[in-house]
Design a protein around this ligand. Structure first.
Ligand code: CUA
Length: 315
């Protein structure tokens, strides 16, 4: 039995796997260091004032108030400010021209992901972002409804996704691995289940993946997937979902053209396997409370099997 929760992927800003995240972790460590120094001085003086009787203390009150209340905080805070300001321009520098561009839209409660290929083709996927290691990537971020916030703690800082506006983020992964992305701005019922998978791969594997995502879905050749494709049409799934190469052209929900190639379901809340796919279709709201997709409870066992078989051959 596979684990139901998929939280074994890295989601820590303190275990950086990207240039931006490494800077942020550095800044955090300096801030903790500065905070500890101030804390030790303040607590030391407090203990001193309790332990040493009044008559035995040197007359240093004025010096301590000025030093501890103004000079030391000014030095510590100015140093941290200078450090942070010095690293900002680099983080906000646009990536070199010709870099990979990924456009991501926040939708309650999932992520529309689009890649622009060299020949101008747009490839759409959902809730999974694959990136080549060692390259700067230009993210163009927006929202289709409310404000969301795009955050991959292991790779860099977070940026708000605002309806009607495009925000930018440069990420530069430095290590191969699977990382967790999350929505970092409260956006309604399923905010906590609005997550995505980030898979950082070597360039040749990334190129293979991207070219595999280019292809359209083929008509299934075997039962029960053939029956599943008919049911998918008849039940109106195509009104919300796109499967490129078929009549299904809906834009409300995630593109399912290569669903079987993704590692998770429901915006990275469950591993992508048969049992979870069945549950997603029939008990949608138990799997993810608040989700806008209706549960198809009226389907019989055989019909669910057929639809699942159809979806599972969408590699
Ligand atoms: Cu989207 Cu919180």
């Amino acid at each position: 039995m596979r684990p139901e929760l998929i939280d074994d992927v890295s989601q820590s800003a303190l275990d950086p796997a990207g240039v931006g995240a490494a800077r942020i972790a550095d800044l955090f460590h300096w801030m903790v260091g500065g905070g500890v120094v101030i804390w030790l001085i303040v607590i030391g003086l407090a203990v001193y004032s309790i332990v040493v009787p009044r008559g035995h203390r040197p007359r240093l009150t004025k010096t301590l108030v000025i030093g501890g209340g103004a000079v030391v905080p000014t030095i510590v805070l100015s140093s941290l400010l200078c450090y942070a300001l010095a690293m900002l321009p680099d983080l906000h520098q646009p990536p070199p021209t010709g870099s990979l561009t990924v456009q991501v839209s926040g939708v309650r409660w999932w992520w529309r992901v689009q890649y622009r290929t060299d020949n101008g083709q747009t490839i759409e996927t959902a809730n999974e972002i694959r990136l080549p290691v060692g390259e700067a990537v230009d993210f163009k971020l927006t929202s289709e409804d409310v404000i969301h916030s795009f955050w991959i703690p292991s790779l860099g800082g977070k940026v708000d996704m605002i309806p009607g506006r495009m925000t930018r983020l440069k990420l530069h992964p430095t290590r191969v691995g699977t990382f967790r992305g999350v929505c970092a701005e409260y956006c309604g019922t399923a905010h906590a289940q609005m997550r995505f998978d980030v898979i950082v791969m070597r360039r040749p594997e990334f190129d293979d993946w991207l070219s595999s995502q280019r292809s359209e879905a083929r008509e299934p050749a075997q039962q029960p997937a053939i029956r599943g494709s008919v049911l998918f049409k008849r039940k109106g799934c195509g009104a919300c979902h796109t499967i490129r190469g078929t009549e299904a052209q809906g834009r409300v929900g995630p593109d399912l053209t290569h669903l079987a190639s993704r590692i998770s379901l429901g915006a990275a809340i469950k591993p992508n396997h048969t049992e979870n796919l069945r549950r997603w279709i029939t008990e949608t709201h138990h799997v993810k409370p608040g989700v806008t997709m209706p549960a198809f409870q009226s389907l019989d066992e055989g019909e669910v099997d057929a639809i699942v078989a159809y979806l599972e051959q969408l590699h």
